[in-house]
Design a protein around this ligand. Structure first.
Ligand SMILES: Nc1ncnc2c1ncn2[C@@H]1O[C@H](COP(=O)(O)OP(=O)(O)OP(=O)(O)O)[C@@H](O)[C@H]1O
Ligand SMILES: O=P(O)(O)OC[C@H]1O[C@H](OP(=O)(O)OP(=O)(O)O)[C@H](O)[C@@H]1O
Ligand SMILES: [Mg+2]
Length: 288
């Protein structure tokens, strides 16, 4: 078994179900790790990489990591904050994005101060209590496990605080958002505060490699040497673009990583200043 430098396996918690589960598993696969093929598997040992994955409820993951039972985990920022666990965010992972907001029956609430004396249903009691306390709003928090939007119609609560992605669940329930956003969430890598478990740096670097590979593409083009400075301003790359001689007098080949977003517009601009043979290719993995 290939182990971490101190001979230990890095133990990693991964969401077993819900919104984060599939994307987390895909990201780990892209990072070169073995993942489960059957949703009933509880853990997977990847001996070649010296890691072990435990598939757990995303809500519980920060608790396992905070207690030190597991070394690192993937969960939602909102779930991490709600848990109150002694775990900290070490990397944001760019998927599972959501907003956490208050909502009430259409036309009934317009300002957060109106929540005073009312009942607010939520599955995120920790986040909501802290938010209300910080603003000195005295309201009753009703803990529900899910389907929070229905609670208002059934008379269990006057307003809700919940995860909103597209907003379609709120609309269906006849509710509307009011007040400021409580928090913006996405999937994050969490570790125990203060500790740097052996193997975490390698694991984190692999995930960062996937994030970069998803965010950037590789651009190649040929251009006359006279125009290369203008072209390089458009494609500065990360460290600096690679410029190689072409077997054609007065021309060079340029290679640079560019952000995926806007890459087509960049190709148009490069063409306009004389670049030709402009190619865009995906990056599968990288270490910067
Ligand atoms: N549409 C969404 N609904 C719920 N959670 C979402 C959504 N989009 C992103 N998330 C994020 O996923 C995490 C919640 O995942 P969790 O598995 O606990 O709930 P779920 O996806 O609602 O699953 P469940 O079927 O158990 O209710 C949070 O970090 C939340 O911000
Ligand atoms: O803004 P939307 O795109 O509509 O997504 C948000 C809804 O999705 C989740 O519910 P889920 O389907 O997980 O059911 P649950 O309430 O039982 O957790 C979340 O709790 C919201 O209700
Ligand atoms: Mg849910």
């Amino acid at each position: 078994m290939s182990l971490q430098p101190n001979g230990q396996t890095l133990r990693i918690a991964v969401p077993n179900k819900g919104s984060l589960s599939q994307a987390a598993t895909e990201m780990l696969r892209e990072s070169g790790y073995r993942q489960r093929h059957d949703a009933r598997e509880l853990s997977v040992v990847d001996a070649d990489n010296g890691v072990e994955f435990y598939y757990l409820r995303p809500r519980d993951i920060a608790i396992y990591v905070g207690e030190g039972t597991l070394d690192v985990g993937i969960t939602g920022r909102d779930l991490l904050l709600d848990s109150g666990a002694k775990a900290e965010e070490v990397l944001s992972l760019g998927f599972g994005r959501s907003r956490f907001l208050f909502a009430g029956p259409i036309g009934e609430f317009s300002d957060l101060s109106q929540l005073a004396g009312h009942r607010i249903a939520t599955s995120y009691v920790g986040v909501v209590r802290t938010f209300l306390e910080d603003r000195g709003i005295d309201a009753t928090v009703v803990r529900l496990d899910g389907a929070v939007e229905t609670s208002v119609r059934l008379g269990v609560a006057d307003a809700i605080a919940d995860v909103v992605e597209t907003g379609s669940t709120l609309r269906q329930a006849g509710l509307e958002v009011f007040g400021e956003t409580i928090l913006e969430s996405e999937a994050v890598l969490v570790a125990r505060g203060g500790d740097v478990p052996s193997g975490l740096e390698v694991f984190k670097r692999r995930l960062e490699g996937v994030l970069v590979a998803r965010t950037y593409v590789m651009m190649d083009y040929d251009i006359e040497s006279a125009n290369v400075e203008a072209a390089v301003e458009l494609t500065p790359g990360i460290e600096g673009p690679t410029i190689s001689p072409l077997h054609r007098e007065g021309w060079v080949a340029v290679r640079a990583m560019v952000p995926r977003a806007g890459a087509q517009r960049l190709m148009d601009e490069l063409f306009d200043i004389g670049a030709r043979g402009i190619l865009l290719t995906d990056i599968h993995a990288c270490r910067l």
